[in-house]
Design a protein around this ligand. Structure first.
Ligand SMILES: CC(C)(COP(=O)(O)OP(=O)(O)OC[C@H]1O[C@@H](n2cnc3c(N)ncnc32)[C@H](O)[C@@H]1OP(=O)(O)O)[C@@H](O)C(=O)NCCC(=O)NCCS
Length: 195
């Protein structure tokens, strides 16, 4: 952790950074970008010799956590992971690349989008294998949530992710039993438009 990160977390803990101060500290999505590659070794595979799902989820969690830490300048914990599908087996020797970025910051939580590609370099093939949304919460050393800076999307892709983040947040909070469906205004608006 850097000196400034330590200060931000400490100051938040000491009540010296209020929400207005945090609002003034806007950060870009690019600031939280993490790109991490791994070569798929036999130790990372299932009995079929393909990538083991749990190993990929471990790598995804780490890349997404680093992204959330970059945005918040704080320690973070994983609060939830949205759906991860495994549509294609990935064979030993493939290069797995994980790209993570924060899509939107709320009060103490951040949504991180992570995309995974698998590449067979000798044969020149590459495909998107997985994607997922993680939610991280910035915490102090005692695990208490801390406010995080707001995120300003810049590119069209970042703006699209930013716009959908509130809807996804409401859905996952309903599934976690933390929000009543009748209070999910952003979600309700979608259904109202369709009727
Ligand atoms: C995540 C955690 C810090 C939340 O603590 P809490 O006491 O419930 O705190 P709050 O109710 O203030 O919620 C804090 C934030 O977490 C979010 N949150 C909590 N549970 C969530 C869930 N299941 N999905 C998405 N967000 C969630 C809340 O929406 C809130 O976000 P906001 O401040 O941006 O509005 C706490 O549940 C925890 O420590 N969990 C264990 C984390 C862990 O061990 N992860 C694996 C290893 S890193």
């Amino acid at each position: 952790m850097t000196i400034s990160a330590l200060f931000l977390c400490w100051a938040s803990l000491a009540g010296q950074v209020n929400n207005n101060t945090m609002d003034n500290k806007l950060k870009s999505a690019a600031n939280s970008l993490v790109v991490k590659s791994e070569i798929l070794m036999p130790n990372d595979t299932n009995p079929f010799g393909n990538l083991m799902g749990g190993r990929l989820m471990y790598w995804m969690d780490i890349a997404a956590a680093i992204s959330a830490q970059r945005h918040s300048n704080c320690l973070t914990v994983t609060a939830s992971v949205d759906n991860i599908s495994f549509n294609h087996p990935i064979e030993t020797g493939s290069v797995i690349t994980l790209t993570a970025r924060v899509t939107r910051a709320f009060n103490t939580s951040m949504e991180v989008y992570i995309e995974v590609t698998a590449e067979n370099i000798p044969s020149g093939t590459k495909f998107k294998s997985n994607s997922a949304f993680f939610t991280f919460v910035a915490v102090d050393q005692s695990g208490r949530p801390l406010p995080v800076p707001a995120l300003v999307p810049e590119t069209d892709f970042e703006k699209e992710l930013f716009a959908g983040a509130l809807r996804r947040r409401q859905l996952r909070l309903i599934l976690a039993g933390r929000l009543q469906p009748h209070d999910a205004n952003e979600l309700k608006a979608i259904f109202d438009q369709k009727l």
